[in-house]
Ligand binder design. Structure first.
Ligand code: GLA
Length: 739
């Protein structure tokens, strides 16, 4: 144990102190060998042009010595007559043509019936950490620009493609990925992925990669709860702390697909981008199609380090406030307390109670607009309900401000109830196939944002709402998936562009709102965690992981969530007990500690709290504020996983400056007098001294109040947890050296 902790931290330490040589650009090209390399201090990614002119993957793994010349690409002869070279060679962006039997990155059809496409190298440009390679079909003027970027900090690569039609006629793109990632041969890989459904998101799956395709996808028009566009591939035996991991996340909030597939020589290819199911995108002469960005990285430091690299990358490169997102405020949300039953007096009362315990942002959820007394009516009519708010939102917002909080509001802009003024005026604004049923989900239909008039209307309505009212935050909800995805106003051959245009309009609206209202923050919610991906995350500051707010269920969801996404974006509310999901009763302290592992929110009905509840909440919110930067933006170590029926779970976070560590520990149920496992802390400086502060629970009585990082790692800490649904949390603050 002791040896293992040391070797991993040593690797991290070495990696972070290494740097690229002064003259060494992250992206390089060797004209003699035709080899491109993208390097960070820890990672090298290489590809080259082979003797046929194909762009061939060469290497992806630990950093290669810059003074070694990587051998030129040489096509793969395949194994037999059944697998000719073109299909066997691991290409960077294989088009469907010639004899390709594995998943293509690109498939097109031409108006003359030809569907053969073979891409060869044409030219390239290099700039700092960026490489762009232009490929062209062997006879027709279809070009593909492949774009690569490497983040010198994390070694995470960003890849995307632009497909250009320079022929004189329209062509149809039937399948277009952002990238194909080729992994080194010779490993028995395990695929780790995230699956779920409403109220049960973020289940971490593991499966061996077999000799067939494994498809992760959404056909729902949005990211979806069923699969999340994240993967990690690692040789069997790779764990949290050691072993090589290749991981990736697709930045797209529409239908998507990631295909994992071994070739005849058992080399793994991962291809991901737009979901080709029901996909067709016509490119007129001179037009082009951009794919989403597919991010991917490598680490030898296990699944834990893979997550930490992704978290850091999201905080510094993806989120709207990157590279320095501000701390997430502690928010209150009224949904579970009032549901649709909102009005000025009730919300003011909740706001006053929330302010007492230290809440910083008060959010009014569904029910404030139109005829919205339940989920049957009102969506689409974004006007304040005069019965519930006779003087508009202003008096409530002013009261919230006077109480020292900022104000947030729930919206679900992309949807409409058939029972709404908007739908009565514009029944043609929804996705539909004329003459066919319009399938409802939660009594609502999906507005077709691909239409410019719909997009512009939504922008105007939201812009107006934000201009008239001092709103710091929108909880942007999206409570159903697509059905009958028709766009009848377009020519039949252009209707399937809806899969791309809708999402671009969504991003466009959010982007413009943020530009016009620079203080605005947004949460991505979709009936829980149905729209969480690196695409929406470029425009939203936080996400709602699940409607399931049971603090015990949340432990395993939060565990799964953090494989792909940073704890800082993971909203976690303290709600009422027994929880509405499963009637489970837990203490207020337990609920707080579960939520304090992410971005803390309160969603309980405060009118039912007693004085002691208020005192507990006040104390724990104040504790949270002193550790939130560590939890939200620090390095997360999943110490004991709550998955697979484990009665225990624990997480530890270390602040990015190394000054603070926070440990959360949970016990589901004691059995047979077994003590709670001793926890050996990670990521501390062995020489530095750390002082222990107990937030909740009790350490074993001989635990020192101050000791070295070495002590906390080697001796560990024993927490006296006994009983059912118990929790503890301790903080270790680094003691400043005596001068
Ligand atoms: C969705 C959200 C909830 C709440 C309701 C309101 O289910 O996930 O948090 O906002 O909508 O209708």
């Amino acid at each position: 144990m002791r040896h293992q902790h040391r070797s991993v931290s040593l690797w991290i330490l070495l990696a972070s102190t290494q740097a690229l040589g002064a003259t060494e650009e992250p992206a390089r090209y060797n004209p003699d060998t035709h080899v491109f390399t993208l390097s960070s201090p820890q990672v090298t990614y290489a590809f080259g042009v082979n003797e046929h002119g194909e762009l061939q993957s060469l290497y992806w793994g630990g950093r290669r010595a810059p003074n070694d010349t990587l051998p030129a690409a040489k096509s793969d002869a395949g194994l037999s007559a059944f697998d000719p070279s073109n299909g066997a060679t691991p290409q960077e962006y294989p088009a469907w043509g010639s004899a390709l039997y594995t998943e293509p990155a690109l498939k097109v059809s031409f108006p003359d019936g030809n569907r053969d496409l073979v891409l060869h190298y044409l030219s390239h440009t290099l700039n700092g950490s960026h490489v762009s390679v232009l490929l062209k079909d062997i006879s027709r003027d279809v070009r593909v620009e492949l774009r690569y970027d490497i983040d010198p900090d994390s070694g995470i690569l960003a890849r995307s493609a632009r497909i250009e039609n320079h022929t004189g006629k329209s062509l149809f793109v039937q399948q277009s990925a952002a990238a194909t990632w080729n992994l080194p041969a010779g490993n028995e890989y395990v695929l780790h992925s995230l699956s779920g459904r409403w109220a049960a998101e973020w289940h971490l799956d593991h499966r061996p990669v077999l000799a067939s395709q494994t498809v992760l996808e959404s056909r729902r028009g949005s990211t979806g709860q069923q699969n999340n566009p994240w993967f990690a591939l690692a040789p069997a035996g790779t764990g949290e702390d050691t072993g090589p991991v290749w991981f990736g996340a697709l930045a797209w909030s529409g239908s998507w697909r990631i295909t994992v597939e071994p070739d005849v020589k058992r080399r793994i290819r991962v291809t991901g981008g737009y979901n080709p199911f029901d996909f067709s995108y016509r490119l007129a002469p001179g037009e082009s199609l951009d794919t989403p960005v597919f991010f991917a990285g490598y680490t030898p430091g296990g699944l834990g380090e893979a997550s930490r690299l992704l978290h850091r990358f999201e905080l510094t490169h993806v989120l709207p406030q990157a590279p320095h997102p501000r701390a997430r405020p502690v928010l209150y949300n009224s949904w579970e307390a009032t549901e649709f039953n909102v009005n000025e007096a009730g919300q003011v009362k909740l706001a006053e109670m929330a302010a007492r315990i230290g809440v910083e942002r008060f959010v009014m959820d569904d029910g404030w607009f139109g005829a919205r007394d339940n989920d049957h009516a009102g969506l689409g009519d974004w006007v304040v309900n005069p019965r519930k708010f006779p003087h508009g939102l202003q008096p409530l917002i002013e009261r919230v401000h006077a109480l020292g909080m900022d104000f947030g509001l729930w919206v679900e802009p992309e949807m409409v109830n058939p029972d709404s003024d908007l739908y009565r005026r514009h029944p043609d604004w929804v996705l539909n196939f004329p003459g066919r049923p319009r399938t409802e989900g939660r009594h609502q239909l999906v507005l077709n944002l691909a239409r410019e008039d719909v997009r512009d209307h939504l922008f105007r309505v939201l812009d107006d709402l934000l201009t008239r009212n001092d709103i710091a935050f929108l909880k942007w909800d999206y409570n159903r998936n697509w059905s009958e995805p028709g766009w009848p106003e377009q020519k039949p051959e252009d209707q399937q562009k809806v899969y791309v245009s809708y999402i671009r309009s969504l991003y466009w609206i959010m982007q413009r709102l943020r530009e016009r209202h620079p203080k605005l923050e947004i949460e991505s919610c979709s009936g829980g965690g149905g729209r969480v991906d690196l695409g929406i995350m470029r425009l939203t500051d936080e996400v709602w992981p699940s409607d399931n707010t049971d603090p015990f269920d949340r432990l395993s969801m939060q565990d799964g969530f953090t494989y792909a996404y940073a704890p800082g974006v993971m909203m976690a509310w303290v709600t009422d007990s027994p929880n509405w999901v499963n009637q489970r009763s837990t203490s207020l302290e337990y609920r707080f500690l579960s939520s304090m592992q992410g971005s803390l929110g309160i969603g309980a009905d405060l009118t039912r709290w007693n004085e002691q509840d208020f005192q507990t909440a006040k104390r724990l919110i104040s504790e949270y504020k002193s550790i939130r930067m560590t939890v939200q933006q620090g390095l997360l170590y999943r110490m004991i996983s709550p998955r697979d029926g484990s009665p225990y779970s624990a997480t530890q976070s270390v602040s990015s400056d190394g000054r603070q560590a926070v440990l959360f520990a949970f016990l589901h149920s004691s059995s047979m007098l077994y003590p709670y496992p001793r926890i050996h802390l990670k990521g501390l400086d062995p020489q530095a001294r750390y002082r222990l502060r107990v937030v909740a629970g009790k350490p074993e009585e001989n635990t020192p109040v101050e000791a070295s990082g070495d002590y906390w790692a080697c001796e560990g800490i024993e927490l006296m947890l006994k009983g059912d649904f118990q929790a503890a949390a301790v903080v270790l603050d680094r003691v400043a050296p005596q001068s």
